[in-house]
Design a binder for this molecule. Structure first.
Ligand SMILES: O=C(O)[C@H](O)[C@H](O)COP(=O)(O)O
Ligand SMILES: [Mg+2]
Length: 308
């Protein structure tokens, strides 16, 4: 997929002001745009304050499923940034909405086996859907099919779905049990997001997609991915706020998720920042796998720094 335009670099005050004036709503990716792990990126807070003072609407759309929306409000607060749960959409929440509304799991009856962290199980719990696996510490013990506590009474027949996402404490026990459930007839396979890598300060680390695809390879099954670029997330946002897509900009650091999400969602614009996964060379090259961004910048904070 290509677009004919050459991306505009936000490198002058005039371009930065033109960018700000063009949109009323900004959808922000988090990892690689606002922060890298526990490191807030330069002038992010000032940029978000500038948007708020200018009456712009701001939403946060992250493919990181390790934290729940509630837990993310605490991460924002730790940086001194106000963000309500209603402004935050995660791929863990998107996956929970998918199993509730599309797969129509019955709360109190159907259960979900989780490969991933509390950001998935906590969102399911809020919907009344029980889950097992996830951050259960017994899954960190070495795996022995004769003694695994997850096998001694057999698999739980109430499990009708597996949700898999980023797990920074991956273990063979987790992989084995997830595969066991995927081998059961009729168990659905849902992935939170397909990101191959995960940007951290000074490092590009294995992402959710590298784990989910490894499980998919073992199971011989393809998951339904609920995070960006899946448009369900954008439709969820549009269902809770008055969204004028033509006056909305998606800001992200990854071409095959964030920029696709914005372009395929027919948003008025996209901004690719180079503080995460992508490089200027990739921002400028044409590809069939992803659209070129409308704008790009060295970092999000340039929008503030160039206008102040
Ligand atoms: O591996 C992952 O899950 C992703 O790299 C990470 O979570 C991306 O988060 P985002 O950039 O969408 O905030
Ligand atoms: Mg990102």
């Amino acid at each position: 997929m290509t677009t004919s335009t050459i991306p505009i670099k936000i490198s002058t005050k005039a371009i930065a002001q033109e960018f700000l004036d063009k949109y009323d709503t900004f959808l922000f990716d988090c990892d690689g745009v606002l922060w890298l792990g526990s490191h807030l990126l330069p002038s992010v807070k000032e940029t978000l304050n500038l948007l708020e003072e200018s009456g712009k609407k701001v939403m946060f759309v992250t493919n990181n499923s390790t934290k729940s929306r509630a837990a993310y409000t605490k991460k924002f607060a730790s940086f001194g940034i106000k963000a309500t749960q209603e402004q935050i959409f995660t791929s863990g929440y998107a996956a929970a909405v998918y199993v509730r509304d599309f797969l129509q799991l019955t709360p109190g009856k159907d259960k979900v086996w989780v490969f991933g962290e509390t950001g998935i199980s906590e969102e399911l719990k809020l919907m009344g859907i029980d889950s097992l696996g996830g951050a259960d510490p017994r899954l960190l013990e070495s795996f022995d099919p004769e003694t695994s506590p997850f096998l001694k009474d057999g698999l739980d027949p109430a499990v009708t779905c597996v949700i898999a996402g980023l797990d920074t404490k991956i273990s063979y026990h987790k992989l084995a049990m997830t595969l066991k459930y995927l081998q059961q007839d009729g168990v659905k396979f849902v992935g939170t997001n397909v990101d191959s890598t995960f940007p951290q300060k000074g490092h590009i680390l294995p992402g959710a997609g590298s784990m989910v695809e490894s499980i998919a390879f073992a199971a011989g099954k393809k998951p339904v991915y609920c995070g960006k670029p899946n448009q369900n997330m954008l439709n969820s946002i549009a269902s809770v706020m008055d969204l004028d897509r033509s006056r909305t900009c998606m800001v992200g650091d990854r071409l095959n998720t964030d920029m696709r999400f914005g372009t395929e969602g027919n948003l008025g614009g996209t901004l690719l920042v180079l503080t995460g996964i992508e490089t200027e060379e990739r921002a400028l090259q044409k590809s069939d796998e992803y659209p070129t961004p409308k704008y790009y910048a060295e970092k999000l904070g340039d929008v503030y720094e160039l206008t102040h």
